[in-house]
Design a protein around this ligand. Structure first.
Ligand code: DGJ
Length: 703
């Protein structure tokens, strides 16, 4: 065995990681910003080390990035294995460390059990750190992997609070901040996808953390199957975060001589508040997006037929919808569920991906031509991973779905899940999508996924890999086609599927008040450019709430804007208000999508606020959802502006009608004004925000 260095210092892209290896383990002694070149690492490590206490192993074991009980570490193990004759107790020894341009690799060996475990950490250009674990079976027996963490991160002593995400259908990514208590707080998914529960995302904070102050870590498991998150504080007060794919017993069995590599976990580190965490994840998301369209290409305004027509599709209705959408400035027409063989409701036809001959006697081409004649491009909804029991596909191949032989086949939304681990199934799906994309001008696919995967029977991991394989094949054949990941809204959003998709459907809930809450959670990790955000009908079909067009349109501008309502059902005033906002979106989308996103208000007291800012221009949304307690709320402050620069500030029209009456100096606001960055940052502006469902757009231009 080569002798190990005492320390490893890995520094790139503004991130510095230092490991003390002197005790034969990967003891993380610094994770954060760069340290001075002359920093004495021995002093750094000793300064943080605690003496032994009575209730500990005689040789205290340092907390490593692969905690396991064999040497007396008292955190939960990040590796759980089962051999032929029972559980395996690991005794890992760190054998070597490789530091290359590809990052760091820690190579461990368990000579007694005949195992090798490697942990690879890589600092990405975005500033995110990627972590992945590989296990190699060097024995002559099969080994079952019950758990193998992608990331085990010993948390710094400032880590006192965690922001966890929870949710359900139509209410994704609700943030909850709580102290990290002694014991274990966990989250997991069991439906074969990340699900609506949001526990594949987490932020750890110091007690004083705010947008621009305090310390923070954001972490995520980039995996489209089930996951498990564990946040543990032990009796010594030390805390650890573990992220792993959730495996069923027997799901991963390593034959002799084979290996298994986990999905990637990603984490960001900040010493200056929450904002840098958000921006690092946004950079990473945009960098991972498939090259087509170029990450910086303008995001077209969509119309989606779902909340406009539902299953009530016909050529006259669809062409009228297209005409009305084009008239208000829409750029892409998306034909949602209901267009294929016999699909008149959600009980039939999934799997039969050919246009319904009654609705479309000449196929989809005439509709696509009509859409193109209006200068829009065409998008199509598909749900390839599913099959309806009432379909040609199911009648022909009843064994292509996930099922247990001889057992009932439980449905959800009247559908079953195709077993993508069977090669003919993915070949069939590729053939169907190839026929659609190869024979039509289709610019975009909305790839839906409307049920949980059961019975998975230990196939979850392979099913997710097979989905990636299918998406990769489609992307390779049709690189110019954009894909949206949708799972009844945000049920399958993660950085691995987003390598293959350009945008995600954040929620089925288009109620603008609910969307502000939901999007606030997504924006913690994902940029506006990828967040599908549509103007829905009023009353909203999910909440029943009525909201003005002005409010709905302003909220939907902060995302990848679309319309999911029938313009023909709107009043003339509503249409012109929407059209004005579409125009504003087109004017500002570069700033919205590729500027940096600061949070101006976090939803407390009902107030949400965002500022997207490039070096020269910015656009802010300030949105009040409830009636405020006082008439006058604290001023809206614009952080991050250059104090010495001057900015032309305007309150963009259309203004919210009722609130505009409460403006102190309408003329002043109408003309716009010039203020210093200092005043905007420290004194801010006062806007009428006491009425529920009031939103303002404030533009800033550096002069
Ligand atoms: C669920 C999606 O989230 C909706 O937007 C819509 O596409 C329906 N499925 C269609 O069945």
């Amino acid at each position: 065995m080569e002798s190990l260095p005492s320390f490893v210092r890995y520094e790139q892209h503004g991130i510095c990681l230092v490991f003390d290896l002197r005790r034969g383990a990967t003891e993380l002694v610094h994770a954060g910003g760069p340290l001075p070149a002359c920093e004495d690492l021995t002093s750094l490590s000793y300064a943080m080390r605690r003496g032994r206490h009575a209730s500990q192993a005689d040789q205290p074991v340092p907390h490593s990035i692969i905690p396991h009980a064999g040497w007396g570490d008292d955190f939960a193990s990040s590796v759980v294995l089962q051999g032929q004759s029972g559980p395996l107790t690991l005794r890992l020894t760190l054998e070597a460390v490789e530091q290359t341009s590809q990052g760091l690799r820690f190579i461990h060996c368990d000579a007694v059990n005949g195992l090798g475990i490697e942990i690879a950490w890589q600092i990405q250009g975005s500033g995110l750190v990627q972590s992945q674990t590989t296990i190699v079976n060097k024995t002559s027996e099969a080994i079952h992997v019950l758990e193998l963490a992608s990331l085990a991160l010993p948390l710094p002593s400032w880590a006192s609070h965690a922001v966890r995400y929870s949710g359900r259908w139509a209410s994704e990514m609700q943030q909850r901040r709580n102290p990290i208590e002694q014991g274990e707080a966990g989250g997991a998914s069991f439906g074969g996808r990340p699900g609506f529960g949001g526990s594949n995302w987490i932020r750890i904070e110091s007690a004083d953390a705010g947008q621009q102050q305090g310390q923070a870590i954001g972490a995520h498991l980039a995996w489209s199957g089930d996951h498990r998150l564990r946040l543990i504080r032990n009796a010594d007060g030390d805390a650890m975060l573990l992220l792993a794919a959730r495996l069923d017993p027997g799901e991963i069995t390593l034959a002799p001589g084979t290996n298994f590599t986990t999905p990637c976990a990603l984490f960001a580190l900040s010493e200056s508040g929450i904002e840098p965490i958000r921006l690092a994840f946004h950079r990473e998301a945009l960098a991972r997006t498939s090259p087509k369209p170029a990450p910086e290409a303008p995001r077209k305004v969509h119309i989606n037929s779902w909340e406009a027509l539902g299953f009530d599709q016909s050529m006259p209705k669809l062409t009228a919808l297209a005409d009305n959408a084009a008239a208000i400035g829409v750029e892409r027409f998306v034909l949602d569920d209901g267009w294929f063989l016999g699909r008149r409701n959600d009980a039939t036809s999934l799997g039969d991906w050919t246009p319904d001959p009654i609705l479309f006697p000449d196929g989809l081409v005439p509709l696509i031509r009509h859409v193109q004649s209006l200068s829009m491009d065409f998008g199509l909804w598909v749900e390839p991973e599913m099959v309806s029991p009432d379909s040609l596909l199911y009648r022909e191949h009843p064994d292509w779905c996930l099922h247990l032989p001889g057992q009932p086949r439980p449905t959800q939304r009247n559908q079953l899940v195709l077993d993508l681990t069977q090669r003919p199934v993915v070949d069939y799906l590729f053939g169907q999508i190839d026929a659609l994309l190869g024979n039509h001008h289709i610019a975009y696919l909305k790839w839906d996924h409307n049920r949980e995967l059961f019975p998975l029977a230990g196939k979850g991991h392979d099913q997710a890999q097979a989905l990636y394989g299918l998406l990769d094949r489609i992307r390779a054949a049709y690189p110019q086609v954009e894909i949206e990941t949708c799972a009844s809204g945000g049920g399958r959003v993660d950085f691995e599927i987003l390598k293959r998709c350009n945008r995600f459907w954040a929620s089925d809930n288009n109620d603008a008040i609910e969307r502000l809450r939901i999007n606030a959670g997504w924006f913690d990790f994902l940029p506006l450019a990828m967040t599908g955000n549509h103007v829905g009908p009023s009353p909203n079909p999910i909440t029943g709430r009525r909201l003005s067009m002005d409010f709905r349109a302003k909220v939907s501008m902060f995302g990848h804007m679309g319309v999911e309502a029938d313009p023909a059902a709107m009043t003339t005033d509503e249409r012109s208000n929407l059209s004005a906002h579409i125009l504003l979106y087109k004017e500002w989308r570069d700033v919205l999508h590729f500027g940096t996103l600061s949070q101006l208000a976090d939803g407390r007291d009902g107030l949400f606020g965002w500022l997207a800012m490039t070096p020269s221009k910015g656009l802010a949304l300030i949105a009040q959802t409830i009636q405020s307690d006082p008439y006058d709320l604290p001023h809206v402050l614009f952080p991050g502006l250059s104090h010495d620069a001057n900015y032309r500030m305007r309150l963009l029209r259309p203004w919210p009608e009722r609130a505009a009456k409460a403006l102190a100096q309408p003329d002043f606001w109408g003309k716009g004004t010039v203020m210093s960055g200092r005043s905007l940052t420290l004194s801010g502006i006062s806007l009428p925000l006491s009425q529920p469902a009031t939103a303002w757009l404030v533009s800033l231009e550096r002069i």
